[in-house]
Design a protein around this ligand. Structure first.
Ligand SMILES: Nc1ncnc2c1ncn2[C@@H]1O[C@H](COP(=O)(O)OP(=O)(O)OP(=O)(O)O)[C@@H](O)[C@H]1O
Length: 887
C-alpha cells in the first residue's frame, strides 16, 4: 500500500514538472506579447492584479509536497508515523515535540535546524550513541523554544522505501492550539497532505485546533485517522442506537470508539456522512465533502485515495488556472483580430466616404453661394425698399427704444451717421443672415451629422495610436469654418454679426458724402433725410455680390483646409493600418498558435488529472493525420471515440492546437460532434513523440460509409438539412469549416448528421488565405487565397451532389484528371459535376447555385435551408401518397 502512496508522490512530481514547463513558456509568451503587441493590456492587468502567475510560480518552484501530521497527542502521531515507515522511529510515550521533519537519505542522519534551514550545532543524544528510535530528549522542545518563532526542527533522514520518492513527513510542534496559527504561517513552502490522527473523542482544544487548520487550508481536505490499539471492539448495548442511526456501517468491522468519533465529526461538520465509506471523490475542490475518516483497518486504501485526491486538487487548481490564462489570451487574440480585420477593411471606406461627403458639401455650398446671389439682391432690395417706406417709423422706434433705455440727451448727441448706419446694417444684416442660416441649416441636416461621426471615428483611431489629434483639430475647424454647423440662435447671431461687420466695411469703403462729423447736432427731419439718402445710395446688387464672394471665400478656404487635414489623416491611418496588419499576421502566425498549444497542454493536463488516460479499443477509422479508436467511457461520455494524432512537426502541433481550441470552445450544438477533452500521451512512441488524444462522442459511421451502403432519399435530405444547420451554426460563431466533405459528416444510430474534424476550421478574421481542404470540394477562389465563409457553401454544393447521387464515386467529369492541379485548372475554368438523370430540377438548381464561380452568386445558407426543407416536405408527401396508392 505505502508504495502506492509513493507512486502518487512520483506521479504528482511528474505532473508538476510538466506544469512548470508550461508555466515557464506562459511567462515568456506573456512577456513577449507585452513587448511586441499593443493589445491585451486589460487582461494581462487582470492576471497581474490577481498575481496568478506569481502564485503558480511559488507553488511549483518553491514548494514541496509533504504529509503534514497533526494529532490529538504525540503518542498518536508517533503511532501513525511508525506505522507508515514500518519501524519504531519515534518514541510513543513522549510529548512537547519541536518541529520534526522526516525525509529520505541514503544513510540515517539526524540534525537540528533553525526554520529548516540553518543547522544548529547541538549535542543531540542521537549523536552520542547508536539509535533505532529517536531519543525522547532530542524531540523535546527546550524552554527557550517557547514560541513558533524560536522553535527548532529535528531533521531526520532515513533510508526508507516510503520516503524514497521525495515523500516528506512534517510534524508541527505540539503547542497549545492558540499558537497554531503562527506555526502554520511557517508552512508557506509546502504543499500539504493534511492528516489529523485521533484515538478518542475530540475535546474543545482539538476542535479548536481542527478549526484553525481548516481555516488555514480552506481548499484542502483533511484525513482523520483513528488509530486503535486493541483491534476490533464491540459496541455495548447502550451504544447500539448510534450504530442503528448509521445503517450503512452495519456490516463493517468498526471499533466502538470509531463509531463515536465518526458521529462527533459528522455533528461538528468536519466530515460528511456520505463519503465516509471511501471510494472516489466527486467534487475536487469542495473540502467539506472531501474530508475523510479512516480507521487503521481501512487506512491503507483510504490513505492512497486521499493522497491522490489531495494532489488532484492541487493539480486541477494549478492547471485550470493556467488553462484559463491561455484560453483568455486566445479569446482576446481572436476578438482583436476580428476588430483589426474590420478596421483594416472599414477605414479606407470611411476615408472615401468622408472625402465624397465633404466634396458634396462643398459643391452644395458653392452652389448656394451662386444661387443665393440673386436671392440676396432681392432680399437686400426689398429690405432697403421697406426701410425707405418705413424710414420715419424706424427712426422713431429707434429713438423710443433709446429713450426708454438711456437718457435722451445722450442719444441725441451721438454721431448721427454711426447711428443711422447701425440701423441700416442691422436690418440688412439680419435679413441676409436669416436667409443663409436657413440654407445652411438644411445642408447641416444632410451632410454634417454622419460626416462628423465618421471623421470622429477616424481621428479616434489616430489618437489611439499616436496620441495625435492634429487631424481631428483640422476636421473640426473645417466643419465650423465651412458653415458654422451649429446653427443655434447664438451661432445664427454670430453669422448675422459677421455679415454686419462685412456690410459695415463695405459701406465705409464707399466714403459717402453723408458721413457726418462728430458732435454735430441734428434734428429729426435731417435724420430722416439722411436715412433716405443713405438707402438710395446703397446698391443692392453690389452688396449681394460682396456678401456672396465672402461666403464663397470662406467655403473655399475651409475646403482646402479639409483636404489638407484629410491628407495628413490618411497618411497617419495608412501607417497605423500597416502596423495593424503586421500585428494581425503576428497574432495569427505566432501568438495565437503559441497560446493554442499552451492551452492544449494545460487543458489536457486538467483532463488527464481529472479523468485519467482514455482506454482505447478497436480502430474505427483513419484519416490523413490520425487514427480514430473506440474508447471506454471517459469524462462522462459514453460511447466514446479517441482520435490519436502524432503531430510530426511544429506546424502540425499548431494546427492541431487551434483545431482543439475551436472545437472545445464552441458551445455544444446538436449538429456538431462533441469534443469532450484531450490528453497528451507523452509515453507514446517510447517517449520520443507525444501523441495527442482527442476524446469525443462516438458516432455510428461517416456519410461516406452511409452512402456506400445506401440511404433512403428522405434520410439523405434530412442529412443535407443537418449539415446546413451545422455549417450555419459555425458561421454564426464566426468560424469557417473549410473541409466539408463526406468523411467529415458523421451519422448517429438514427442517421442524423453532425459535423466533425475542425482541423481547418478557423475564425474568419484569422484566415490568411492558406490553401486547405479536400480538392474536389474546394471552391476556385480558395486557390487564389482570397476567400470567405462562402467556400463552405461551395463545398456543400459538391456534398449535395453526392447526397443526391446516392453514391460515393467521383463525378464522371472529375474522374479523368490525373492530379489535383489538373482538376483545379478545370474547376477554375468552370467545370462542375455533371447533372445525373435522377436529379430533380430543384436539387440541381440548388447545387448549381451553391457551387457558383462567383462567391457573391452563392445563396446564403439561411436561404438554402428552407429550400431543402421544402424539397424534404414534398418528398415526404410523395412518399406518403405513394404508400396510400400502394395500399
Ligand atoms: N467521433 C467519431 N465517431 C465515429 N467515427 C469517427 C469519429 N471521428 C472520426 N471517425 C471515423 O474516423 C475516420 C477518420 O477521421 P479523421 O477525422 O481522423 O479523418 P478524416 O476526416 O477522414 O480525414 P482527414 O484526417 O484528412 O481530415 C472518419 O472518416 C470516420 O469514419
Amino acid at each position: 500500500m505505502l508504495t502506492s502512496v509513493s507512486q502518487e508522490f512520483r506521479k504528482f512530481s511528474r505532473h508538476c514538472y510538466t506544469l512548470r514547463m508550461i508555466l515557464k513558456d506562459t511567462s515568456r509568451s506573456l512577456e513577449d506579447i507585452q513587448c511586441n503587441l499593443s493589445l491585451g493590456e486589460e487582461f494581462r492587468e487582470n492576471f497581474r492584479k490577481e498575481n496568478v502567475i506569481g502564485r503558480l510560480q511559488h507553488m511549483l518552484e518553491e514548494c514541496l509536497p509533504a504529509v503534514l501530521v497533526f494529532g490529538q497527542s504525540c503518542h498518536v502521531k508517533a503511532t501513525f508515523i511508525n506505522y507508515m515507515l514500518d519501524q519504531t522511529i519515534l518514541p510513543l510515550n513522549s510529548s512537547g515535540w519541536r518541529w520534526v521533519r522526516l525525509s529520505y537519505g541514503h544513510t540515517k542522519e539526524i540534525r537540528l535546524t533553525l526554520m529548516h534551514e540553518y543547522e544548529i550545532l547541538d549535542n543531540l543524544q542521537a549523536h552520542q550513541r547508536p539509535w533505532v528510535t529517536v531519543p525522547e530528549s532530542d524531540l523535546k522542545r527546550t524552554e527557550q523554544e517557547s514560541t513558533a518563532d524560536s522553535c527548532q526542527a529535528l531533521e531526520i533522514k532515513l533510508n526508507s522505501a516510503f520516503l524514497k520518492d521525495k515523500v516528506n513527513i512534517l510534524v508541527p510542534p505540539d503547542y497549545p492550539s492558540e499558537c497554531l496559527s503562527d506555526t502554520l504561517k511557517d508552512l508557506i513552502h509546502i504543499l500539504p497532505v493534511i492528516i489529523y490522527v485521533v484515538d478518542e473523542s475530540l475535546n474543545d482544544c482539538h476542535i479548536q485546533e481542527i478549526r484553525i487548520i481548516k481555516e488555514a487550508y480552506q481548499d484542502l481536505p483533511i484525513l482523520f485517522i483513528n488509530m486503535t490499539k486493541n483491534g476490533i471492539e464491540t459496541l455495548s448495548p447502550p451504544e447500539q442506537p448510534i450504530l442503528r442511526a448509521l445503517p450503512h456501517l452495519k456490516n463493517d468491522k468498526f471499533s466502538k470508539k470509531y463509531i463515536l468519533l465518526k458521529n462527533q465529526l459528522i455533528n461538528l461538520g468536519f466530515i460528511r456522512d456520505n463519503v465516509m465509506n471511501g471510494g472516489e471523490f466527486t467534487q475536487p475542490f469542495c473540502t467539506e465533502y472531501n474530508n475523510m475518516l479512516s480507521n487503521d483497518y481501512e487506512f491503507n486504501d483510504k490513505f492512497v485515495i486521499f493522497v491522490r485526491h489531495t494532489f488532484k486538487s492541487y493539480l486541477l487548481n494549478m492547471s485550470s488556472k493556467l488553462s484559463m490564462i491561455h484560453n483568455e489570451c486566445l479569446k482576446n487574440f481572436i476578438l482583436r483580430t476580428f476588430d483589426m480585420a474590420r478596421e483594416i477593411q472599414i477605414t479606407p471606406q470611411r476615408i472615401k466616404y468622408a472625402q465624397i461627403t465633404e466634396a458634396g458639401l462643398y459643391r452644395a455650398l458653392m452652389e448656394i453661394a451662386g444661387k443665393k446671389q440673386e436671392e440676396l439682391v432681392r432680399i437686400i432690395q426689398s429690405t432697403l425698399h421697406d426701410m425707405k417706406l418705413n424710414a420715419k417709423q424706424i427712426l422713431e422706434d429707434y429713438y423710443c427704444e433709446e429713450m426708454d433705455g438711456n437718457n435722451s440727451h445722450q442719444s441725441f448727441t451721438k454721431p448721427v451717421s454711426t447711428e443711422i448706419q447701425q440701423i441700416i446694417l442691422n436690418k440688412l444684416g439680419n435679413a441676409v443672415a436669416i436667409q443663409l442660416v436657413q440654407s445652411v441649416g438644411c445642408l447641416h441636416e444632410n451632410f454634417t451629422g454622419t460626416l462628423q461621426r465618421c471623421l470622429e471615428n477616424l481621428e479616434k483611431n489616430c489618437k489611439d495610436q499616436d496620441g495625435n489629434v492634429l487631424a481631428s483639430d483640422a476636421v473640426k475647424k473645417i466643419i465650423t469654418a465651412a458653415y458654422s454647423i451649429e446653427l443655434k440662435s447664438s451661432s445664427s447671431f454670430s453669422i448675422a454679426h459677421s455679415f454686419m461687420e462685412r456690410l459695415r466695411n463695405f459701406i465705409h469703403s464707399f466714403q459717402l458724402p453723408w458721413v457726418a462729423h462728430s458732435q454735430q447736432q441734428y434734428d429729426f427731419s435731417w435724420r430722416l433725410q439722411t436715412v433716405t439718402n443713405m438707402l438710395d445710395s446703397l446698391s443692392s446688387s453690389k452688396l449681394a455680390k460682396t456678401v456672396s464672394a465672402q461666403f464663397q471665400e470662406v467655403v473655399r478656404s475651409s475646403h482646402e483646409a479639409f483636404q489638407a487635414a484629410m491628407r495628413s489623416l490618411e497618411h497617419q491611418l495608412s501607417g497605423k493600418l500597416e502596423r495593424m496588419e503586421e500585428q494581425r499576421i503576428a497574432i495569427r502566425k505566432q501568438y495565437a498558435p503559441r497560446f493554442a498549444r499552451l492551452a492544449l497542454e494545460s487543458t489536457s493536463l486538467c483532463d488527464l488529472v481529472q479523468w485519467g488516460m482514455p482506454i482505447q479499443s478497436k480502430e474505427i477509422g483513419r484519416g490523413q493525420y490520425g487514427v480514430v479508436f473506440a474508447c471506454e467511457p471517459w469524462g462522462g461520455i459514453d460511447p466514446c471515440a479517441v482520435k490519436s494524432v502524432v503531430p510530426p512537426d511544429d506546424r502540425h502541433w499548431n494546427d492541431l492546437a487551434m483545431e482543439f481550441y475551436h472545437t472545445r470552445t464552441i458551445a455544444e450544438h446538436p449538429r456538431i460532434v462533441k469534443l469532450r477533452g484531450s490528453v497528451i500521451d507523452h509515453q507514446y512512441g517510447g517517449g520520443f513523440s507525444a501523441a495527442v488524444l482527442l476524446v469525443m462522442e462516438r458516432m455510428n459511421r461517416d456519410l461516406y460509409c452511409g452512402l456506400r451502403n445506401g440511404l433512403s432519399w428522405l434520410i439523405r435530405l434530412q442529412i443535407a438539412i443537418d449539415v446546413i444547420e451545422g455549417i450555419r451554426y459555425l458561421h454564426s460563431q464566426g468560424l469557417v469549416h473549410r473541409d466539408i466533405k463526406l468523411k467529415n459528416v458523421l451519422l448517429d444510430n438514427n442517421n442524423r448528421a453532425k459535423l466533425t474534424d475542425f482541423g481547418f476550421c478557423i475564425p474568419e478574421a484569422m484566415m490568411s488565405g492558406s490553401i486547405v481542404g479536400t480538392p474536389v470540394h474546394m471552391a476556385p477562389e480558395l486557390l487564389s487565397g482570397h476567400y470567405d465563409s462562402s467556400v463552405d457553401v461551395y463545398a456543400f454544393g459538391i456534398l449535395f451532389w453526392y447526397i443526391c447521387a446516392n453514391q460515393v464515386r467521383l463525378p464522371y467529369v472529375f474522374e479523368q484528371f490525373l492530379n489535383k492541379e489538373q482538376l483545379w485548372t478545370s474547376v477554375r475554368r468552370g467545370l462542375r459535376p455533371e447533372c445525373l438523370p435522377i436529379f430533380s430540377k430543384g436539387c440541381w438548381n440548388l447545387m448549381e447555385r451553391c457551387w457558383a464561380a462567383d462567391p457573391e452568386d452563392r445563396p446564403p445558407l439561411g436561404e438554402v435551408q428552407p429550400i431543402l426543407e421544402a424539397i424534404w416536405y414534398k418528398a415526404t408527401m410523395d412518399t406518403s401518397i405513394g404508400k396510400i396508392i400502394k395500399l
